[in-house]
Design a protein around this ligand. Sequence first.
Ligand SMILES: [Zn+2]
Ligand SMILES: [Zn+2]
Length: 211
Amino acid sequence: MANSLENRQYFPAFAELPIVDEFLDPNYYMEVAGGGILPTKTWCFFAEIMDDSLSQMPEFFNRCEVRDITGETCSVLFGNDAGVFDFRELRVGVSLFVRYACKCYFSDLATQVLKVDDLSMAKVIAAPPDLLLGLSQYYYGDRGRCAGCRQALPAAGGLSWCPGCSAAAYCRDDCMQRHAREHRDHCHLCSELSSVLSIDFDRFVEPVPFR
Ligand SMILES: [Zn+2]
Ligand SMILES: [Zn+2]
C-alpha cells in the first residue's frame, strides 16, 4: 500500500502520535550525535473537521475540533509562530492534514490536544477523509494498475497520465477516455492528494512543508 492514507506508519491516528516533551518515541524520533533529536521519517495526521466555530483562544490560538480515522475526537490548536494558513478553509466536513503532528497537554494538564506551531505543515483538502481514503487507495495504493480497466500496467513506457493530476495512470489513451467522466469529479482531489502522498516518507533530511 506504500504511500497511501491507509498506511498508519505514515498516517497515524491521534492515539498513536508522539507526545511533546514526554519521552523519545522511537517510532518517530532518534537522538543524533551532539544531543540533538531528529525525526526518523515524515508522518502526517489527518482528520475530519467536526466543529469550525474557531473559538478565539485568549492569546494566539485558533482552535477546531476534529475526528480521526479511528473515530477519536480531539482539539487542534493553531499557533502563529511560522508559516501561513488560510483559516477560512477550516470548515465542517473537510480534511485537515498536519505533518510531524505531536500531541501536547492542554492548559488543564489532563486533556491531550494537537498543537500546530508551524502553519506551513498544515493543509486542508475540501473533501471528507472517507472519500480521500478511497481515492488514495484507488489511485495511489495500487499504482501498478490502470486507473481505467484495472489491468496491470506495463512495466515501463507507453502509459497515459491524466494531464490534470498526473496521478491517474492508464495503460492506453482509450482507457483514459472511457474513465474521463468518472475521474473528472476527483481529478482536483487527486492532484491535492499528490502533495500529501508524493514524498519520501521513510527518509528525513529536512521538514517537508506543504507550502
Ligand atoms: Zn487500461
Ligand atoms: Zn486527473
